[in-house]
Write a protein that binds this ligand. Structure first.
Ligand code: BV8
Length: 229
């Protein structure tokens, strides 16, 4: 990797990095959006309309994520964070905990996390590993107000200010396993590039986004360790 060792790195990951761990992506053949309507399961309106459908969708994904194991791409990013002399921030759109389980520490889950529950009555968060349903009681306010701690369409992603600051100071921006179709994450490459960061995409197929200065096509579990080493 030919950038100054003092440079800070921002990495953005999407569903593609967890694909080889057996977790479905969204927009690939047979992906999650193939048999779930986004409006029904990933919007506040869908949750208000039919909360059980949304609870079932995220309960199913929480169970899948618990069964999955980190793959070589997750471990390579944890090694990069450990070995790189400059700062490494891992911003993930993913809601699984495979980056944590691979050893990454400096992580932002900008779209939330399956192993967290959010109370819409009192606003408190609590770690969560089992199923959630309409009757699940919040341990803070003792009311049945828990929802998946997930950022749905139309909701504001988490830690946007921290991400903006990191992009402004980054020397290298690496996007891994994301189709680059969902904003604001899809705009990060432009933000990084505006601040002279070198921008790289590692994806099964190049997304064709010409804002990336380098593109590596391939499966993350092979391409990421190759790039990081
Ligand atoms: C926001 C929940 C304002 C978590 C998700 C109307 C009203 C309101 C907003 C909008 C609107 N119209 C447009 C918008 C903006 C909207 C948006 O971008 N819509 C798109 C569809 C146009 N965005 C929002 O609503 C966001 N909020 O804008 O608020 C705001 C913003 C900033 C500041 C102030 C105010 C909220 C977006 C979050 C929505 N939540 N999901 C969950 O259920 O998991 S989005 C969903 O898509 C996931 O979170 C996922 O992270 C995200 C992106 O998908 P990818 O990860 O890229 O997955 P995908 O399947 O698409 O691609 C996989 C890629 O991997 C492919 O390229 C494939 O080739 C590759 N791949 C596959 N296998 C491998 C591989 N690569 C390597 N190796 C492999 N083995």
């Amino acid at each position: 990797m030919s950038i100054s060792p003092k440079a800070s790195i921002v990495i953005l990951t999407g569903a593609g990095i967890s694909a080889e761990s057996g977790l479905a992506t969204f927009r690939d053949q047979g992906g999650l959006w193939a048999d779930h309507d986004i409006r029904d399961v990933a919007t506040p309106e869908g949750f208000a309309r039919n909360p059980d459908l949304v609870f079932d969708f995220y309960n199913m994904r929480r169970r899948e994520a618990r069964k999955a194991q980190p793959n070589a791409a997750h471990y390579a990013l944890a090694r990069l964070e450990n070995d790189w002399p400059g700062n490494v921030l891992l911003v993930t759109q993913n809601v699984d905990d495979l980056h944590e389980r691979a050893g990454s520490k400096n992580i932002i889950h900008m779209h939330g996390a399956l192993n967290s529950a959010l109370c819409f009555e009192c606003g408190s968060r609590q770690s969560w590993s089992g199923d959630l349903d309409q009757g699940t009681i919040c341990s803070n306010c003792s009311r049945p107000g828990l929802r998946p701690d997930i950022v749905w369409f139309g909701e504001i992603p988490y830690h946007m200010e921290d991400i903006g600051e990191a992009l402004a100071q980054s020397g290298l921006f690496i996007s891994i396993g994301t189709s680059g179709t969902v904003y604001p994450a899809a705009g990060f490459v432009m933000e990084a590039g505006m601040h002279e960061a070198h921008t790289i995409e590692i994806n099964l197929e190049a997304t064709g986004n010409t804002l990336f200065q380098e593109c590596y096509e391939g499966k993350a579990a092979t391409a990421v360790p190759e790039y990081v080493e």
